[in-house]
Design a binder for this molecule. Sequence first.
Ligand code: UD1
Length: 432
Amino acid sequence: MDQYIIRGGTRLQGEVEISGAKNAAVAIIPASLLVRGVCRIENIPQISDTDTLLTILAELGARVSYLNKSTIEIDCTDARCQGAPYDLMRKIRASYYLIGAMLGRFGKAKTTMPGGCNFGVRPIDQHIKGMRALGAEINVRGGYVYADAREGRLRGARIYLDKVSVGATMNIMLAAVLAEGRTIIENAAREPHIVDLANFLNSMGADVRGAGTDTIKINGVEELHGGTYTIIPDQIEAGTYMVAAAATGGEVLITNVIPKHLEGISAKLRETGTFVEEYEEAVLVKGNGNLNRINLKTMPYPGFPTDMQPQFGVLLCLANGTSVITEGIYDNRFKYVNELRKMGAEIQVDGRVAVIEGGRRLSGALVHACDLRAGAAMVIAGMVASGVTEIEDIHFIERGYERFVDKLNALGAEITVRSEDEESSARLIQIS
Ligand code: UD1
């Protein structure tokens, strides 16, 4: 496995451009399965999760071509209804969107149970409840999900989600756009990527209203046509650079962002004493090297995003005083704390609450990226620590950050990637 080697003590300075939103792209790519015609999608992030989904679509018979590094064309006119490849699907969480998309297009789906980051139990019962309400028979056996529209085509229904779920909201939207009649999703999630999926579907001829509120109404249409769509910038990638700037006491202009989507992150950074200024499509973050302690709790949007919790965990190790983080979404999202402790952090975790004793000096260590965002947090920790930090399992980070090392190094970080081959030859040299 490749590693990041980070020489700490650098201060980030300059300008960084944010890529397209991962969590929008991983729903919009499967959504193109619903379209007979060419979908031109701009601002696609070049990350391994999107590569995996595009490979899955190609295996289902889609024609996929890159027009440039961030623009693709997907034509699913000749896509076939067949089981998607197991090994690819279980790599990513978002493979669950193929259930809704395949059901909507073919009236049938066979997928694996989703993979992705492990934050404890991540059930898909609300997705299944929604599909059943739309008239699908769903069976989960041997790690596979089998779905079948009993009447050949799904039928609109009123669905109340027992839990505010991003994935269930978007999956039900995918299944419902070509269903017969009207679907109403109540207690829907409101994240920016939900609005983005609705905008994509509407630009291809769907009739989805209310995305961004907790009630989404979908009037089923007979078919979707091709078109061009631009994915929104990634809220979490932007937030990660904002925290990296604050933690290193740097000054970074983060461009190609929608500042409204960053409000929760900006508000919490300002509470730490970090300077944040918003422009039309950019934010400027200036760290002052003197951070206040804060408390924060993760919540569904517009609350503070759980995907920014580990990065703030690192930042608060550097603050003056004791901070408390409460994780409001997942049962087990503090696994990175053990890695931070190896670097000198003092954090107590009790269930969903972490108490962080600030004012610590982190020092370089060999650590793991436990998952995507935890991995990004370890990179920030490595940049502020004294000495050298080696991060293993970086494949998690590459699932969601486009050219992470290049972008950080352009801001003044000192990160190199050590490939597995170099590592084993280094070991051989040591042995001989
Ligand atoms: C998505 C994001 C992930 C983010 C999360 C919360 C993608 C691909 N991933 O994940 O980055 O951390 O939203 O913002 O977009 N739940 C159930 N039953 C269900 C579905 C969810 O109990 O059927 C629970 C989950 O275990 C969790 C909570 O609901 O506790 C929220 O999960 P959800 O919003 O569905 O997250 P994901 O869509 O998996």
